[in-house]
Design a protein around this ligand. Sequence first.
Ligand code: 6R9
Length: 571
Amino acid sequence: MNMEFIPALRGSFNLNDYENAVEHFDWSEVEAKFSWFKTGKINIVHEAIDRHALSTKKDKVALYYKDEYRKEQFTFKEMMEMTNKAGNMFKKFNVLKGDRVFIYTPRSPEMYFCLLGAIKVGAIVGPLFEAFMDAAVYDRLNDSEAKILVTTPELVSRVPLEKLPKLEKIVLVGDEIEETDQIVSFNKHFEEASDELEIEWMDREDGMLLHYTSGSTGKPKGVLHVHNAMIQQYQTAQWVLDLNEDDIYWCTADPGWVTGTVYGVFGPWLNGVTNVVRGGRFNPNDWYQTIEDYSVTVWYSAPTAFRMLMGIGEELTQKFNLKSLRHILSVGEPLNPEVVRWGLRVFNLRIHDTWWMTETGAMMVCNYPCLNIKPGSMGKPIPGIEAAIIDDNGNVLPPNRMGNLALKMGWPSMMRSIWNNPNKYKEYFTHNGWYISGDSAYMDEDGYFWFQGRIDDVINTSGERVGPFEVESKLVEHPAIAEAGVIGIPDPVQGMRIKAFISLREGYTPTSDLEEEIRLFVKEELSAHAVPKKIEFKEKLPKTRSGKIMRRVLKAWELDLPTGDLSTMED
Ligand code: 6R9
């Protein structure tokens, strides 16, 4: 048993408040803070932007944006105008309530204007990570029947337009372009659009965000979130991110992933807090520089990034003034105790782990400022959330027993459906009233939760969820490949790395050239983060009699473990 703990901080939400909230808190208390309380109607972007723009906060900086080429800032009033312009542009392109608008661009101020502008006019926004390639982009646009795609002249070449009949307009952000009926210039239409907009008032249960995420079988699933999610996004940003009026907050996640929307957009802005966006890729110098330049006070990032910074050494941190930092948080993968200790050494701060998923729409199990941290633990359920470890029959297990990490249904930010796939949605609810996360964990006698692994085969590499099935399906499209099985193997920096076991078709021999070709194939068709870092060729792969690749056996081979029950294996 891990007995080490790091004592609590004070934070604005103190231990008394916390204990009281755990006993008495009801989400309806938060509802009174939003306008629907009076009108019954809502729009999350009104609450995140316009509400502040129409208050004494109007001249406060909402967004600091910086990348290699640009350095800009926008006040809440300017954000209101920019998102109004984007909204009017979408209206002109006939975007109606419930239509899907996808955004597939690198980070830029325009990305944020479009994301929020589209929601303002009632659309459901689907953010796509810029590293996605043709097949990944196609699957998502096709499944969601997207009407509008905002992208760039560079990325549009990866979009198989001819196969997407539902896509009405492609809005290109960037250089001057030659317009066609379908392909239009963001610059031109944004410029022309009015900065006054009649916002679309929505019902709390209307959709606003569609994030595609991976499961262990089938294509990526479209997780739908509704405006109502703001209740929990707002509240957790206060309790856990500990955001206050004067904070300068930086979330390093890209909006292509749920952390980048929920806590890179909504969490801070629903609270009227100044938000920093650093575009471009991870680079230790730029990252520390960002903290120094903007005097970042609250920083939300991921274990992979912390491990990379840790790997570079502590000397680098001494070249920057990082004294502004007062609160650091982590999400996406297990946070190693070693990283927590590194944080204490170099920043003199605790790194607070938080656990949640695309499906949960907001934080669920967390380390708060006011809790003692046990390094290696994800913390405790937030007030209003009931988490438990249950066995495969739905029985709640006592402390220190490993099982399914499950959540009692009924929290505000829960996904409302899997797009086009009611059966997939049902798969989460195999036990009465519980949402089954797919993670295994145990709870200790003090109520802290400890992550143990995924129960399914989802691979978490650098905090990004990769579905083995999606990679396997792509691999077998390669002419040389007969069968493929994909697993995650432990990696000290990335958490997990992808390994593919491959059997070749007749007439092909395993060579390092072929290996390279296969990697490039996955990279160009799916995305760089889905590429198997290791490939091993096998004569035959272990399969069940019904023909399913037994990833469990592949894992046992890889890690030199017993293969377990093989009774379902084909001869
Ligand atoms: C927000 C986000 C969800 C999966 C989740 C789990 C893993 C997230 C974690 C963590 C250990 C943590 N995960 N937070 N594992 N400790 N603090 O990451 O969403 O991309 O949907 O991933 O990530 O396995 O089930 P998403």
